[in-house]
Design a protein around this ligand. Structure first.
Ligand code: S3P
Length: 172
């Protein structure tokens, strides 16, 4: 059995746009004493372009290639990491390690995205966003090691998650 807190494990946070992967990821990494990485931020920094402009100027297929290459690199890192993924990443690139799906209802996600200053190239209107949510939610759930309902503060969620990870650890 895979130990979620073993020395070289990767903890991947997955879920729909706006579910709070980056905020929770940073909190979780701090508590566990792991390094934290946000795939969108890493890609935007490396390309020196926003995610919105990468989609617009180079296309989604190019962005997915960058995600795949980044995951391949991260798999070589011999130390524990908490990684916040872009919402589409695990659907295009298989992940190895502990996969935590941050689940939230559609209306809450939609409201968050409407109020989020960070533009999402795949958020066009409510109907198409809902179709994407309906398509992706069961896939996230299927690949997850753990599912966490994200209707609490990042601090509370971090505590819940650390407890869950410890109970899943074979040494317990
Ligand atoms: C995407 C989600 C975004 C970003 C890109 C594509 C997706 O990340 O990677 O816009 O396919 O759902 P967030 O989940 O952080 O919004």
């Amino acid at each position: 059995m895979l130990d979620p807190l073993s020395l070289n494990n990767k903890i991947w946070l997955i879920g729909f746009m706006g579910c709070g992967k980056s905020t929770l990821g940073a909190c979780l990494a701090k508590v566990l004493g792991y390094r934290f990485l946000d795939t969108d931020l890493q890609i935007a920094t490396q390309e020196n372009l926003s995610i919105e402009r990468i989609f617009k100027e180079k296309g989604e297929a190019y962005f997915r290639q960058l995600e795949r290459a980044l995951v391949a690199n991260l798999e070589q890192v011999p130390s524990p990491l908490v990684i916040a993924t872009g919402g589409g990443l695990p659907l295009y690139t298989p992940l190895k390690g502990t996969i935590i799906y941050l689940a939230l209802d559609f209306e809450s996600l939609y409201t968050r995205l409407l109020n989020d200053p960070n533009p999402r190239p795949l958020f066009k209107d409510k109907e198409s966003l809902h179709a994407l949510y309906a398509q992706r939610s069961p896939l996230y759930a299927k690949m997850a090691t753990l599912i966490l309902e994200t209707n609490a503060t990042p601090q509370d969620l971090t505590l819940q998650l650390v407890t869950l990870l410890r109970t899943k650890s074979p040494s317990n």
